[in-house]
Design a protein around this ligand. Structure first.
Ligand SMILES: NC(=O)c1ccc[n+]([C@@H]2O[C@H](COP(=O)([O-])OP(=O)(O)OC[C@H]3O[C@@H](n4cnc5c(N)ncnc54)[C@H](OP(=O)(O)O)[C@@H]3O)[C@@H](O)[C@H]2O)c1
Length: 257
């Protein structure tokens, strides 16, 4: 048999993302920023979505242009479905059809369940579940019509190991995982996957004793880095036979020693 035709041969270098256009939500700061830059490093043009962080978003777009890729900034409060639709249209107008969506924007509101209001519940679910669904709905419909594309949503292993002081957040993230399985079927052949970070970057006001406990609850004794999530997103975008999966990238936090 010709060695060049051996199906067990490695296919050569990873295909990369040249020729693709990505939209990354919440891409002005932290994990979303790392995802946007990683995708650009692998060859994608990137629409940088922000809500309030317009200045940091413009800086990320400049960094992407510095890598030789095209970039634009789109703004939307993802509680507003019409704003999401408009931002999707703007990204496509500026950069061409969007073939990759990374859903990273979210909030992490702490709420005492015994005092929770309808507003607390709605806010957590609107930003963290309804928003990602409608980014996927608008961009995913266009991807499906073209017969190609991929979506990765950043969920959280707290979907399975919930925090008592953030129950609506954890419910929303469990919904993102369920959404991923459903969209993988509904949008096929578009590939749809989710990632479950554990502790990666703590909020600036996070109490040090909580950060210590979170680190100790991982199997590595430390939090991860935004780059860990960015590489996992790129892996899922580049892996043609992976769809309908949930990939924990949590240092073993879900085992919760
Ligand atoms: N950090 C961690 O350790 C960790 C752990 C587990 C899971 N995750 C998940 O990983 C993702 C990224 O985490 P992160 O810590 O980098 O997130 P983050 O900094 O808390 O938030 C990311 C972005 O979400 C955007 N956002 C908030 N409310 C919005 C709204 N109403 N409409 C549109 N955008 C909105 C913000 O954009 P603007 O700044 O432009 O307003 C913000 O920069 C999130 O989905 C998070 O749940 C993170």
């Amino acid at each position: 048999m010709d060695a060049a035709q051996d199906p067990t041969d490695p296919p050569g270098p990873a295909p990369g993302l040249a020729g693709q256009t990505a939209l990354v939500t919440g891409a002005g700061l932290r994990i979303g920023r790392a995802i946007a830059l990683e995708l650009a490093r692998r060859g994608a043009d990137v629409a940088v979505h922000v809500n309030r962080s317009v200045g940091p978003g413009e800086a990320v777009a400049d960094e992407i242009r510095g890598l030789g890729r095209r970039a634009c900034v789109v703004t939307a409060d993802q509680r507003d479905v019409a704003a999401i639709e408009a931002a999707c249209a703007r990204a496509a107008n500026e950069l061409g059809p969007v073939s990759l969506l990374a859903n990273s924007a979210a909030i992490w509101p702490s709420v005492d369940v015994t005092e929770a209001t309808q507003e607390d519940f709605d806010l957590a679910l609107e930003v963290n579940l309804r928003g990602p669904f409608f980014w996927a709905r608008y961009l995913g419909a266009a991807m499906k019509a073209r017969g190609r594309g991929a979506i990765v949503s950043i969920a959280d292993v707290s979907a399975f190991r919930p925090w008592a002081d953030a129950v609506p957040y954890c419910m929303a993230k469990a919904g993102v995982i369920s959404m991923t399985y459903g969209l993988a079927k509904a949008l096929a052949p578009v590939r749809v996957n989710a990632i479950g970070p554990g502790p990666i970057v703590f909020p600036p006001d996070y109490p040090p004793e909580k950060a210590r406990a979170d680190r100790e609850a991982t199997l590595r004794g430390r939090e991860g880095e935004p780059a860990d999530i960015a590489r996992a997103v790129a892996f899922l975008f580049e892996s043609d036979n992976v769809t309908g999966t949930f990939l924990p990238v949590d240092g073993g936090y879900r085992f919760g020693i």
